[in-house]
Design a protein around this ligand. Structure first.
Ligand SMILES: Cc1ncc(COP(=O)(O)O)c(C=O)c1O
Length: 401
């Protein structure tokens, strides 16, 4: 944002400032602070010649509008100078599949972390296999050892860190170095940290996926995905998204852009409250382990400290052994934590999970039931009182099966 229309924000600005100024050009819109929502399909040309020559900044609603451009520019600003292009997709999962399909060809081999978001796995196993693309799942703790899994057919490595539900950190720079040394590209799902707390393009990733449904939107009312690419991957990404006809509805793009403006303060609060609750849970006699890389007791803490500048509101716990019904009694007794998929909104959530059947390169055998929390923006003391209610219900349910 600048008083002179068309000026890019300075690269020296801090992330919180970039959230405010990125993708805004008020004087291109009569001085209004926010870029208007363009509901658009057809775009008219002044003459037949102009139409045939595609003369003009925009061509067709699906190919981009001032609204999509504003959101793309805001994200590109946050991703830093290594970002050459941003594509907008209708969900985080659509962003994952688009990023993969932009680089993979029939017969390729793909490496995916065993701790990936389950629908990412399902896409690889159910769709990529139809194009003879084979996937090998790797242990998220493999680090530079991934070199041994890279064959001459390996086209890409897909990283997600921390892992979905189980929060293993990964030695992403070592994985990227090993992949690049053997000519493979690196894709990363960076939804947990987002561009404020980790910038994968600066740590060797070529393509970065974010589910904007989470903290970009921030209010559990929008589905959105983004892919950011470095110079090596930008053309293939933009070509694929254009050729496949992928685009996002204008109101959803606007909600994503509106959410970004407050993401810094929201995330700081999510982080602070989640850490307070994670530390409180760590001391509870009913809890065996807390899976949160920002805790100094977490096995991935050193990597988190080295690579990340913050944490979001999402982490898990493993309860000491109790019947499943007792864990469910805990969840059902909570009044402030909703039970539901997704995360990143202003509200707290808690869900049971069991990934035993989904892991193939590693073994998931927790000592007790596992629960994932999203800590929202409510007062921490109210959330703790709610969790105490849950633990009382758990104690009462211990005798059940
Ligand atoms: C880590 C991660 N990546 C991607 C997604 C998919 O995002 P969406 O729900 O926007 O498709 C999710 C959704 O929960 C997620 O947790």
């Amino acid at each position: 944002m600048n008083k002179k229309s068309g000026t890019e924000p300075s690269a020296t600005l801090k992330p919180d400032t970039l959230l405010s100024v990125g993708g805004r050009d008020p004087f291109a819109h009569h001085g209004y602070v926010n870029t208007p929502v363009y509901h658009a399909s057809t775009l008219l040309y002044p003459s037949a010649d102009d139409y045939l020559a595609h003369r003009g900044r925009y061509q067709y609603g699906r190919r981009g509008t001032p609204t999509s451009e504003a959101l793309e520019n805001a994200i590109r600003t946050l991703d830093g100078p290594a970002c050459a292009a941003v594509a907008l997709l209708p969900s985080g999962l659509a962003a994952i599949s688009a990023a993969l399909l932009s680089v993979l060809r029939a017969g390729d081999h793909l490496l995916v972390t065993d701790s990936a978001y389950l629908p990412t796995r399902k896409f690889c196993d159910a769709v990529l296999t139809r194009f003879s693309i084979t996937t090998t799942y790797y242990d998220p703790l493999i680090g530079g050892g991934i070199a041994d899994l890279i064959t001459e057919k390996t086209r890409a490595v897909f990283v997600e860190a921390p892992g979905s539900l189980t929060f293993e950190t990964q030695h992403s720079p070592a994985i990227a170095a090993a992949a690049h040394a053997k000519g493979a590209l690196v894709l990363m799902d960076n939804t947990w940290a987002g561009p404020l707390y980790f910038r994968p393009l600066e740590k060797g990733a070529d393509l970065v996926v974010i589910s904007g449904t989470k903290y970009f939107g921030g209010h559990s009312d929008v589905m959105l995905g983004t892919v950011s690419a470095n110079a090596a991957a930008a053309k293939a990404l933009k070509d694929y998204v254009g050729l496949a006809g992928l685009c996002v509805g204008p109101d959803d793009m606007y909600l994503g852009l509106r959410g970004l403006r407050t993401m810094g303060v929201r995330l700081a609060r999510h982080q602070e409250s989640a850490l307070k609750i994670a530390r409180w849970l760590r001391e509870r006699p009913e809890v065996s382990r807390v899976l949160h890389p920002a805790l100094d007791t977490d096995p991935g803490h050193a990597i988190w400290r080295r690579d990340f500048s913050g944490a979001c509101g999402l982490f898990s716990i493993i309860l000491k052994p109790v019947p499943r019904a007792a864990a469910h009694a805990f969840l059902d007794a909570l009044t402030l934590f909703g039970i539901g998929a997704s995360w990143g909104g202003y509200e707290s959530l808690a869900i049971p999970f069991d990934v035993t059947a989904c892991r193939t390169a590693t073994r998931w055998a927790p000592e007790g039931p596992a629960i994932r929390f999203h800590i929202g923006l409510e007062d921490v003391s109210d959330l703790i009182a709610d969790l105490e209610r849950g633990f009382a219900a758990l104690a009462a349910g211990k005798g059940s099966e």
